[in-house]
Design a protein around this ligand. Structure first.
Ligand SMILES: Cc1cc2nc3c(=O)[nH]c(=O)nc-3n(C[C@H](O)[C@H](O)[C@H](O)COP(=O)(O)O)c2cc1C
Length: 310
């Protein structure tokens, strides 16, 4: 089984990915948060910096026009990337309204035409295309029709977030539907959705054993999750403290201001607080901290006298 770190806009930026990769083993690849090029395939320079993390990463594009996809893919090819991922899952209202992300599922003929042109160039130039998709717009029962489109193309992998767009990030993933899809897909399939522990993974595998599992929120909450899933040690409080201090340092030395670094650290704690269900008061103090000093004191207060966390 391979483990992939999911793209998470606002969190899994290049510095996070490479620091996590060096600190906690277990994830074989990291998918970048989406790049959203304009209709000519131009994108901000900051995205290029964002791509160069020195670890096995797959860049992801949020775009619905083949021309823009292809122009961006060539630039990424020149940077050395050999797989480009298309985002067909982002549920955000503004993205959906522009028929991008999960909005691409609203018109399967158009999705099919886009993929035709995307594959035409990819095959000519020699790079792979993968797709990260939702299982439907309003219901996961739409997936057989969607899969019929994907099955027309030699996707290097089909990453399925086992929810429909209407679910956003709530509700229970449709593992049964995923299993049906896995049986019918012509491409290797990756499972995504709500894996937070070894127990969650075992539950999934009672039903389906995919080629790989992609994990997002669970791995942000417990940065040692991939290590644990691959047979390594459980997360210890002391190393979590060192990891968080190191990550803040990387962001600060990379030029991020103290207030922005504090906001990023607090964003991580939106997920990490789930590791401490009994410590609501202390995790709330972290999330409410107004200065870096306050933040560090609150984290130390939480982790003090703790040992193994998961
Ligand atoms: C804050 C946040 C940012 C996300 N950013 C992206 C993104 O840039 N591209 C993408 O394909 N999915 C994105 N996702 C979705 C995740 O990659 C993943 O599909 C989803 O969270 C379900 O997996 P999980 O339960 O393991 O987190 C994001 C999710 C969250 C919560």
């Amino acid at each position: 089984m391979n483990y992939l770190f999911a793209p998470m806009e606002g969190i899994t930026y290049a510095a996070f990915r490479s620091f996590h990769h060096d600190f906690f083993p277990g994830a074989s690849e990291y998918f970048t948060p989406f790049i959203a090029p304009d209709s000519r395939g131009s994108f901000k320079q900051k995205y290029l910096k964002e791509m160069t993390d020195g670890i096995p990463s797959v860049p992801q594009l949020l775009v619905n026009q083949a021309g823009a996809f292809n122009a961006t893919a060539l630039k990424l090819y020149d940077l050395g990337f050999r797989e480009i991922n298309l985002n067909v899952g982002c549920p955000s209202g503004t993205v959906y309204a522009k028929h991008k992300g999960a909005g691409m599922l609203r018109d399967l003929d158009s999705l099919s035409r886009t993929l035709d042109a995307v594959f035409e160039q990819a095959e000519r130039c020699g790079y792979r295309i993968s797709v990260k998709t939702r299982m439907g717009d309003h219901s996961t029962a739409e997936f057989p029709e969607i899969l019929a489109v994907y099955n027309r193309f030699p996707l290097s992998r089909l990453i399925i977030h086992a929810r429909c767009r209407d679910d956003f990030y709530q509700g229970t993933p449709d593992v049964q539907g995923f299993w049906e899809a896995m049986k019918c897909s012509k491409s290797p399939v990756v499972y995504n959705g709500d894996i937070r522990s070894g127990a969650d993974l075992n539950e999934l595998m009672k039903m389906a054993v995919p080629e790989a599992v992609m994990i997002g929120r669970g791995a942000v909450a417990n940065p040692a999750l991939f290590r644990e899933l691959t047979g390594g040690e459980k997360l210890r409080a002391e190393e979590l403290q060192v990891f968080l201090d190191g990550l803040a340092e990387v962001w600060l030395t990379g030029g991020l201001s103290l207030p922005f670094t504090l906001e990023r650290m607090k964003t991580l704690w939106i997920y990490m607080k789930d590791l401490f269900p009994e410590e609501e008061k202390k995790t709330r103090a972290i999330l409410k901290s107004k200065s870096f000093g306050e933040y560090r004191a609150a984290v130390s207060e939480l982790l003090r006298e703790k040992d193994i966390l998961t």
